[in-house]
Write a new protein. Structure first.
Length: 138
């Protein structure tokens, strides 16, 4: 299934999950790619990568809040069951616990975005060292 990244595409559970899979896979590929020194050519590219990751992370609190609200609405409509596990038979407690952890994840994402922004404030001033004709740094 090709994924439409426009915000105007109609929402559906299938598309939502495909977007989440694409996000996770993108991070996996970036992890693999950046193991290699050749993945970045100069400090400005590292800066841009940090800024793009910061942009993605700064959007996570909204996403997590919306999922939390969805869980709350589904629970209020008695649309959630817990057939097994630690919260078996207690969807109210299960949803409340999940929402508390999502709230914490929102805080952590906000802190991570702040740390990345601070890092970018440093990397924005970096440049490639010039090398002389003999290949030595100059």
């Amino acid at each position: 299934m090709d994924i439409d990244l426009s915000t105007g595409a109609p929402p559906s559970p299938e598309r939502t999950l495909k977007l989440a899979e694409t996000f996770a896979e993108s991070v996996r590929v970036l992890n693999h790619t950046t193991m290699h020194h050749e993945a970045l050519g100069e400090p400005s590219e590292a800066d841009r990568l940090i800024r793009e990751v910061s942009s993605a992370v700064s959007r996570l609190p909204q996403l997590l809040g919306q999922v939390s609200a969805w869980l709350e609405r589904e629970d209020a409509a008695e649309g959630i069951a817990v057939p097994s596990g630690e919260y078996q038979g207690n969807p109210l407690l299960a949803v409340a616990t999940a929402r508390l952890r999502l709230d914490r994840a929102q805080e952590i994402a906000h802190d991570l975005a702040e740390a990345l922004d601070f890092s970018a404030s440093v990397t924005s001033g970096l440049a490639a060292a010039e090398t002389g004709e003999d290949g030595a740094d100059g």
